[in-house]
Design a protein around this ligand. Structure first.
Ligand code: UN1
Length: 499
């Protein structure tokens, strides 16, 4: 079992390669049992000024390191993460609550991202193109933006951090990172790994603190030229507003209201497994969690019965216990929000078919547990079918045909992930065309994104950018078009084309 030394229990900011102790700190709790895990800095905004100063100096040098050389550091980061996978996974479960198997999966996602982005150090492709004129050469190339700010959430504290920081670093930027103060240990561990891998000081800087102080200082700082944010829709809008005022580039990922569609020809048992995994994995606290099941009327009853019986077999408990299939909710505020939606659902006339209550787990009385919950008789306009609950709560909506199912899927303000279970290839292609989400799954649940594909969504989920995949490089680079005229005379584009 991984434990933390006393020194590791007092987390510090990481600025210019130095570990800086901050006297104003807050407790971080293990959601499984309510025990204090570590203390995290509640930094002042001046820490951002210091981090920007360090980043400014570091970035100039870092950008001059050839990209394959920058990538070498990421290969080392990936190798150390791999070596330390079990420690990282256990610490992740301790601070976030997710069950250990899922924690290992998340750490693996980070390792994969390291090797994938390290590979980009030998690509970072631009284009070479013909030009209109003789004896002239044209190309486009990616350039670092400079200093970038990343703001990461508690639900995937290591994977999402790697989706953002690794492409930023391989592209030659310096990073200022504000991790969630609910899950600060993963950032600490990753900073130590960067240090060991030999990343020059100041290329990554971690400042812990609240969104209102540190997040705000980051978005207001005019030398931070990009903000990449994952979090709530409400906060994301504020971030975008301030960044828009400054013409600062901003990439947002702000959640979903993801649906699994089950058609009458589907393999129902497979669909039940997919729903369980994507609705109750990470206790439903995923941006990609399935929170709606849209089911054809002919199989509604069968699906409902099988889902309810499968839900009974989910063991809820401490994520470090291998028997647990569902871990705790992140904190009391998370629980309160879920409970509020249970009341809203009942008032709206939905039928609470299972769960709907907080649970007490023996020997873990101070943990934040919630029963996997199913609402049936839900209509698409109900708030429980429209708003992100971020907990293990699913709404079952009955429809008459595929068109109605797709329309129901699309009738929410979010557009992250969707899924369809059917055996009919015609329906598959129609659905993948018409489902208005950034990610579509066929005969799989709404979770399971892989790091080499773009992650993000349409409508209220984002603002057109993507995390991970090669597309993440678009967030952290500027395009430069370069024209080289080797004719030795003045050639005017758009005019001397006949010469
Ligand atoms: C998130 O939901 O915030 O596809 C990230 C998945 C994971 C990542 C989820 N690979 O569910």
């Amino acid at each position: 079992m991984t434990t933390l030394t006393n020194e590791e229990k007092i987390l510090k900011n990481f600025i210019n390669g130095e570990w800086i102790e901050v006297s104003n700190r807050e407790h971080v709790y293990n959601p499984a049992n309510g025990n204090v895990l570590v203390e995290v800095p509640n930094s002042n905004p001046e820490a951002i000024d210091q981090a920007v100063e360090a980043a400014r100096v570091a970035q100039k040098e870092w950008a001059l390191v050839p990209a394959p050389g920058r990538a070498e550091i990421l290969y080392k980061v990936g190798a150390i993460m791999k070596e330390r996978k079990e420690r990282l996974s256990q610490l992740l479960t301790l601070e976030n609550g997710k069950v250990i198997e899922e924690a290992r999966g998340e750490v693996q996602e980070g390792i994969d991202m390291a090797f994938y982005m390290a590979g980009e150090g030998r690509r970072l492709f631009g284009q070479t193109t013909p030009t209109e004129l003789k004896d002239k050469f044209a190309m486009s190339q990616r350039c670092p933006v400079g200093i970038v700010g990343i703001i990461t959430p508690w639900n995937f504290p290591i994977a999402i951090a790697t989706w953002k920081s690794f492409p930023a670093i391989v592209a030659g930027n310096a990073v200022i990172w504000k991790p969630s103060s609910e899950t600060p240990i993963m950032a600490y561990e990753l900073a130590k790994i960067f240090e060991e891998a030999g990343l020059p000081k100041g290329v990554i800087n971690i400042v812990y603190g609240s969104g209102t102080t540190i997040g705000q200082a980051m978005i207001e700082h005019e030398d931070i030229r990009v903000i990449s944010f994952t979090g709530s829709n409400e906060t994301g809008r504020k971030v975008a507003t301030e960044c828009g005022r400054q013409l600062k580039k901003v990439s947002l990922e702000m959640g979903g209201k993801n649906a699994v569609i089950v058609m009458e020809d589907a393999d129902i048992d497979l669909a039940v497994e997919g729903i369980l995994w994507s609705a109750f994995g990470t206790s439903g606290q995923r941006c990609t969690a399935c929170s709606r099941v849209i089911v054809h009327k002919d199989v509604r009853k069968t699906l409902e019965e099988r889902l309810l019986s499968a839900m009974e077999n989910l063991t809820i408990g401490d994520g470090l216990d291998p028997k647990s299939k569902v871990g705790p909710i992140i904190n009391q505020a998370g629980l309160d929000k879920i409970l509020k939606y249970i009341e809203i659902g009942k008032e709206e006339g939905a039928n609470l078919a299972a769960g709907g209550k907080q649970l007490t787990v023996e020997n873990y009385e101070n943990g934040f547990y919630f029963a996997p919950t199913l609402f049936t008789d839900v209509t698409i306009d109900m708030r429980i079918a429209q708003e992100e609950i971020f907990g293990p709560v699913v709404s079952l909506i009955e429809v008459n045909d595929l068109e109605e199912a797709i329309a129901a899927n699309n009738k929410v303000k979010y557009g992250l992930s969707s899924s369809i279970y059917t055996q009919d290839v015609n329906r598959v292609f129609k659905a993948q065309r018409d489902l208005d989400t950034g990610i579509v799954y066929v005969n799989a649940g709404t979770t399971g994104a892989e790091i080499h594909l773009p992650f993000g969504g349409t409508k209220g989920t984002g603002n057109g950018h993507r995390d991970s995949g090669v597309q993440a490089l678009d967030v952290f680079t500027e395009w430069k078009a370069v024209y080289v005229d080797y004719s030795g005379k003045l050639q005017r584009a758009q005019i001397d084309t006949d010469a």
